[in-house]
Design a protein around this ligand. Sequence first.
Ligand SMILES: [Mg+2]
Length: 556
Amino acid sequence: MHGTYQSFLVFLSIAVAILASYTALALFDHFSTISDARLRRACLAGGALLIGAGVAAMHYVGMQAQQTASGLSYRPLWLAVSGIVLALLVMATLVFLQTRFIDRQKRSYGSSLDALNHQLIRLATLDSLTELPNRVTLMAGLEQAVERCRSNQQIFAVLFMDLDGFKTINDSLGHSVGDSLLKAYARQLLTLIPSHDMVARIGGDEFVIVVEQIAAADEVLTIADSILHKMQEHLMVDGAPMHVTPSMGIALYPRDGESVEELLKNADAAMYTAKEAGRNTYRMFESYMNESAQRAMEIQRGLYDAIDNHELRLHFQPKFNGVAGEVVGAEALIRWEHPEMGLVSPAHFIPVAERSGQIIAIGYWVVAEVCRNIKEWEVCGLPPVKVAINLSPQQLRHSDLARNINNAVASAGVSNSQIMFEITETVAMENAEKTSEIIRDFHAFGFEIAIDDFGTGYSSLAYLQNFRVKQLKIDRFFTNGLDISGDEGYSIVSAIIALAHSLNMDVVAEGVETHTQLTKLNELRCDQVQGFFLSKPLAANDFQIFMDRSDTRMAV
Ligand SMILES: [Mg+2]
């Protein structure tokens, strides 16, 4: 039994044991981070197999060494070698499996990260409704345009636009229709603008177009014209045709501003001028527009305190019976005396109040003030006077207008039959369906309605008939035409009066300034007349004195 161990085989068996154990421990360490439980169990089993194979290999190599030493029968070395090979194979398989698993996870994490990133970029740069660039992207694009055009000495244009009457659509048809309209409008805009130019939506119904690569200002006017022209067509919104027009303001770099802020501010000011000019049009920026924007801001600020500081007043312009000549009523007209700005014309502050929404509070103040005056006149023993109050577009959009006014008039103790309301033809026809409803509400409370400034807008005769209003007020333009437009002017007024009478409406001629006009209106059987020739608007006290005089007949 005495022999010599082969030291080579002894060392080999120890090396195999160390290698197998080391590999198993390394694999365990490597796989312990695997979150997938099934894979981790498979790896542990593989590790155990590996240690087992290692131990078996060590055993056989040890046995070989011992047999060689003892001279006993020979056990083949291949058993040991195959154990090691098997262990290595298992290890390679496990490493391969895990690498594939990690790769797959990495790919899946990578694609979700890409999608998330993409979504974040879209949210940050695009308007979620129309998918047009948003304000942030616009500002960045404008900065770049300024840089480019400064170094290349080129010009570019900023078109600032908003949609006429969009608020009415939102209020009357709901926000989802409004949103669909904005989307349809955005799509239409994209078809009209060269692909290298930017169209952005910066909020609400406000869009901005940046037009580059233009040689002269005229080119941008062509684009503005084509937008206006195209928008004359209907837009298909949720399968139904809708009509919406924009008002645009245009500022040119560098003429109208060298910074992004200045260009946007000036394009915005030009847009307001376009709105005031009657909508569905555009205006190039001019420096006076900034002054008027500044003035509008002052007016808006001043108006906040106008009611509380008792700066608003009402004047009353008498309305006379066309035949008998006695005073049959008055139209209440607002005046504003600001401590610093002085007398501010309603033509200036009403549009500002209309845009800022302050007109709502002012409108209710007018009703309360008219009622207060009617009561005062009554106390002084004057015969009942019917007072006409002008309603603004914003007021008409205000829900429960007729009911609120009815409550105000009732709480003042005034009869509803002593108050009537005037709605201009343009506003009435803007949404004739809605106007019909409002007029019905007013009629239900016993208020009468007049259509004001008739002849300056586009009337649908069907709606005019449908409104069933008490009065039609002929715009001063036609009254004036009685003097300056000869037979033609006379024929037009005659036709309007005949039309109104055929629809059972009384006719009131506004702006009567000459004796000739008055005579002709009498010939044409105009029911009522008002104007400077008969009496200018009077302060409440003066109106009372005027009415008090025994002779309140007009100077025919
Ligand atoms: Mg009026």
